[in-house]
Design a protein. Structure first.
Length: 408
């Protein structure tokens, strides 16, 4: 069997990252949207790498590039990530997982090492949702849970997903064929940059993911009374914005009190009639609440709602809370977590993923597992995103050892 040289893998991964990182819709920043000409170019590069490694390449109706190394049995280990990006993205979020999969599968293919199971490396194209107002079209198709109603969703230019698929040279009629048969999909695993600071803080290059966090979006509307900033006495005011300020700090306090179980963010605040000399009469905010634990998230939401009502009552404000998004926690399979832990040689850092991933969709098909790679400053969705060649090399080596120990 071929030797595993992490530093050689790291150097190759870094050069591949830079090649994909130069494929963008704009010269000054990285933008690669689903089913765009840049997606096409990136997919062609990925396909050529797969071929060089000895994998046979195909592409499904959603443009997912698949590199296959056959095994002696019918079961397949699926390894994937995405090659689409957010607007003004970094180079690592997504592409590194695809590259790690290609290099790891190539390790076996180059050595003509047939395993008891096949390996499929999947390069998905719709994880970030930066084109259509929906996401995970590619991985839901592979998982056999593609939402046909999403075909009518339009991008900012009015092109629907169905039209974009046709422009990409694919056929909507082929979507059902993209689904893996359940009895062939042994597991789905993904290597990804952490997108958070935990591994850096713990001084560890790699960590095993325990779950992909569930998420609740609460749309919070506060109704007060607009008034003149100079004439309405303080005691007679019903200031919706001051109430919103209390609610924002409440979200922060409750999340801090959860000791790391829950993170909560208000990143959207809308003052309906915005003026510096008017007491705000109507304000809308959105609270984004995430946790690796279903019960912790549910408890947080309940307590948050109760205390928001108390704030609204005390301030004589109307309050309307609507849940606009509810994504359950996706647990990573314990056996796959053990497999990654063994590949890392013992007692690795375990952590939940606060960000969503293709694994959320793939979990509907088969058990999923994820390996996180340290990224500098925990920064992602930003051109400053960075993972070192040394860490990337260790990740590829760990993925290879994981595959060696994998039993379908
Ligand atoms: Zn990603």
């Amino acid at each position: 069997m071929a030797d595993i040289d992490p530093s050689a893998f790291g150097a190759r991964a870094e050069s591949m990252i830079h090649i994909l990182g130069s494929v963008s819709a704009e010269p000054k920043r990285l933008v690669r949207r689903f089913l765009s000409p840049e997606h096409r170019r990136a997919a062609d590069i990925v396909a050529s790498w797969m071929q060089e490694e000895g994998l046979s390449v195909s592409e499904d109706a959603l443009g997912t590039v698949r590199g296959h190394w056959p095994g002696s049995g019918a079961m397949r280990l699926l390894i994937g990530s995405h090659i689409d990006t957010v607007v003004d993205a970094g180079m690592f979020d997504g592409p590194f997982g695809v590259i790690a999969g290609i290099l790891a599968a190539g390790h076996f293919a180059r050595a003509k090492n047939r395993l008891p199971f096949g390996i499929d490396v999947l390069a998905f194209g719709d994880e970030e949702g930066s084109r259509f107002p929906a996401t995970l079209a590619s991985s839901t198709a592979c998982a056999g849970i593609f939402n046909m109603a999403s075909l009518d969703l339009a991008d900012r230019d009015g092109e629907t997903l169905a039209q974009a698929i046709a422009h990409y040279g694919k056929s909507v009629a082929d979507i059902p064929a993209a689904a893996y048969p359940r009895d062939q999909a042994a597991a789905y695993v993904e290597v990804h940059i952490e997108q958070g600071p935990v591994l850096e803080h713990r001084n560890q290059p790699l960590g095993v993911v325990t779950s992909i966090a569930g998420q609740t979006y609460l749309n919070v509307e506060l109704f007060g009374e607009a008034g003149h900033a100079g004439t309405v006495p303080m005691l007679l005011r019903r200031d919706a914005l001051a109430g919103a300020a209390e609610i924002i700090l409440l979200a922060e306090k409750l999340a801090r009190d959860s000791k790391g179980d829950v993170v909560a963010t208000v990143g959207h605040l809308d003052i309906t009639a915005k003026a510096s000399n008017v007491v705000a009469g109507h304000v809308v905010l959105i609270a984004d609440i995430r946790s690796g634990s279903e019960s912790a998230r549910a408890q947080f939401v309940e307590r948050f709602k109760t205390e928001m009502r108390a704030i609204a009552e005390r301030r004589y404000l109307g309050l309307l809370v609507t849940t606009t998004r509810e994504v359950p926690t996706t647990p990573c399979d314990p056996r796959l977590q053990e497999g990654f832990a063994a590949a890392l040689g013992g007692q690795p850092v375990k952590l939940a993923s606060g960000a969503g991933h293709d694994g959320t969709a793939m979990a509907k098909l088969c058990p999923i597992g994820m390996l996180f790679v340290r990224c500098r400053g925990g920064i992602s969705h930003n051109p400053a995103e960075y993972a070192s060649p040394a860490d990337m090399g260790l990740a590829v080596a760990a993925l290879i050892r994981f595959i060696e120990g994998f039993k379908p």
